[in-house]
Write a protein that binds this ligand. Sequence first.
Ligand SMILES: [Zn+2]
Length: 166
Amino acid sequence: MIYCKTCHYPLVRLETNRCPECGRAFDPGDEATFDNTPRHHRRWISGLCVLIAFYPTLVLVLFYGCWLVAAVSLGHRPIPSRDDPKYINVIVSAFYYAAGVGLLGTPFAMALNLIAMMVDSVERRWRLGRPSRSQVRVPLISCIGWLLFLLLIALDPGRVMYWFMD
Ligand SMILES: [Zn+2]
């Protein structure tokens, strides 16, 4: 196993002799251009930041999942004020409570997401010594997730929110 000398990314199964993480070139025949041993690095920080960035997407999946499971269970679209998500069946209830907790945690998650974006950016710059191509990953996932989240909650197509909150 060989690793990038700059960012310590494992250099395996690559089409080119260039690190996919930071872009540094290496020569598999020249030991001076790569590392042989993995070094301590904080990839888990990036992983955690990506996970936080997926929060709004996860809540949407739970929210629409609840509606979908309810629709399948009932055999028709859930009707507001008649088909209570709490009393259809245990799977719908599980989705309902998970999505409910997710929705309640929105303000907290937004703040945490902002912190995650800053931490990820700083950590990458510190680790690589310069901005990397994957720098955009956390802000991109966050922006798309929250935009979609706010749009769907505000517009409520199919009146899913109306049914859910009823
Ligand atoms: Zn690299």
